[in-house]
Design a protein around this ligand. Structure first.
Ligand code: AMP
Ligand code: ZN
Length: 484
């Protein structure tokens, strides 16, 4: 039985989808006013772990992720650059897709864009006006939160000091300034505007997700996710709009991940601790080391991103990779006395039990590493046959459907060099072993053995040597984050 912590009820609850065997999942997607940062990728990686585990557990999943391509931030950005919304948001949407694939995140079934769903938003606003939940003021339309008695139920905000009728136009605001929020904003100089029968204007951010989720998943669906910053006001307002308009419960389970911070601090460009995925990959890490780090902290805990933590993630992933590599190398035919199947079944049970318990990934990973620990002595005792190795490998390949971290062996390349290094200008100061590894990597690339080439690059990086391929050959430099 899968259980999730539901922000709405504040409890861990058994998960039961509306339709047996089918999960309808909505995850708030990128606001495409800038390149996604690793905090965003923490949220998307958590959602991917959730979705992959549901698929692994036999559910069919319909996943919708919106693209917010019109809101306060995208309009501000496009105006500052003097271009239209479409042109302004395009590179950020492309970067989102590219990073998503790089991090092995499964694509959603639908990526609806806000600008392509204005009519659906207007339909909901019309109903809210008709039912008396919305009112017009100065060309805009607002949601009257005092008309919706359960307002605040998700975020547990205190409505005691609320000034009735206080209004705000901004898409984002703090809990302290809870007020009637804009569903439809009056046209302004320099802002895009649509005229769909409720007067000219443009949508507020919150109505976008209400409209796009119900269009693709129905008026009531199973799971809605986002980061904790989405709880108020965004998700609180989504519930108010959807339930007031439709008269039925909007979402059964609300799952929110805690934030990613960098070196214990909120990411901010001004602090110089703001990372995109490309920033991190430029230091030489494999993107799946980043994925491992993002998914290996429980989603409801704050994730403190440091290069030390990334190094540990990389080491854990390599440990798995080396183990799998050793299993692949087993050729011994006769079985030993030890049957590995009970060990594997035990690990499988531990892995599943962990994730079933509100995605307790630490328990699941512990089950895997304890299997590794139990199998290794059996190698040295000559107990592992090819058949048994395949049993263990089969288990890890099913686990890979959930983790998607492609652990690959990191093998030493020393002693395999036959030839002269083509390293660049700094080659003369390389120690012979490093030089040998650069040559081994060059050979591996010539042989199209990119996994080995990558492994050698990673191995050097873990020793503090970053390789750079330039038109003049391979250059190296010492880098800070990795230990030397
Ligand atoms: P945005 O593009 O700002 O609308 O955010 C897209 C998703 O990333 C939302 O689910 C946010 O809650 C989430 N998010 C934003 N910043 C962080 C962070 N630092 N840590 C985790 N999730 C975040
Ligand atoms: Zn949303």
């Amino acid at each position: 039985m899968i259980r999730f912590y539901n922000t709405l009820t504040g409890r861990v609850e058994p998960f039961e989808p509306i339709e047996p065997g089918v999960v309808k999942l909505y995850t708030c997607g990128p606001t495409v006013y800038d390149f996604p940062h690793i905090g965003n990728w923490r949220a998307y990686a958590f959602e991917d772990l959730l979705k992959r585990f549901l698929l692994f557990s036999g559910f069919k999943v319909t996943h919708v992720m919106n693209i917010t391509d019109v809101d306060d931030k995208t309009i501000r950005g496009a105006n500052a650059k003097g271009v239209g919304l479409e042109e302004y948001t395009r590179p950020f949407i492309e970067a989102f897709r590219k990073d998503r694939d790089t991090l092995n995140i499964l694509p959603a079934d639908h990526y609806p864009r806000a600008t392509e769903h204005i009519r659906e938003m207007v339909e909901i606003i019309k109903v809210l006006l008709e039912k008396g939940f919305a009112y017009r003021r100065d060309g805009s339309i607002y949601f009257a939160i005092d008309k919706f008695p359960s307002y605040g139920g998700l975020s547990k905000i205190n409505l005691e000091d609320l000034r009735p009728g206080s209004r705000g136009d901004a898409d984002e605001y703090e809990k302290e300034s809870v007020h009637d929020f804009a569903l439809w904003k009056a046209p302004k100089e320099g802002e895009p505007s649509w005229d769909e029968g409720i007067g000219p204007g443009r949508p507020g951010w919150h109505i976008e997700c209400s409209a796009m989720s119900s269009k693709y998943l129905g008026r009531t669906f199973d799971i809605h996710c986002g980061g904790v910053d989405n709880i108020f006001p965004h998700h609180e307002n989504e519930i108010a709009q959807s339930e007031a308009a439709n008269g039925v419960k909007f979402v059964n389970y609300w799952l929110h991940c805690h934030h990613l911070v960098v070196d214990g601090e909120k990411m901010a460009k001004s602090k110089g601790n703001f990372y995109t995925l490309s920033d991190i990959l430029a230091t030489g890490y494999d993107p799946l080391d980043v994925r491992y780090l993002l998914i290996s902290t429980h989603y409801r805990k704050m994730l403190n991103f440091t290069f030390e933590a990334l190094e540990q993630a990389k080491a854990a992933r390599s440990r798995l990779g080396n183990f799998l590599g050793d299993l692949e190398d087993v050729t011994k035919e006769p079985d030993g006395n030890q049957d590995v199947r009970p060990l594997v079944e035990n690990a499988r049970a531990g892995f599943v039990a962990g994730l079933e318990d509100d995605l307790n990934i630490s328990e699941s990973l512990a089950a895997l590493f304890s299997l590794v620990k139990m199998i290794y002595p059996l190698f040295s005792q000559g107990e592992i046959s090819r058949r048994q190795a395949e049993t263990v490998l089969g288990f890890f390949s099913s686990v890979e459907n959930v983790l998607a971290v492609k652990p690959s062996p990191v093998r030493s390349a020393s002693g395999t060099v036959t030839g002269v290094s083509d390293a660049g200008g700094k080659a003369t100061v390389l120690e012979s072993e490093v030089q040998a590894k650069i040559e081994a990597r060059r050979k591996a690339r010539t042989d199209k053995n990119f996994a080995l080439a990558d492994a050698i690059r990673q191995e050097l990086l873990s020793q503090g040597i970053l390789l750079e391929d330039t038109k003049d050959g391979v250059r190296w430099k010492k880098v800070g984050p990795s230990k030397t």
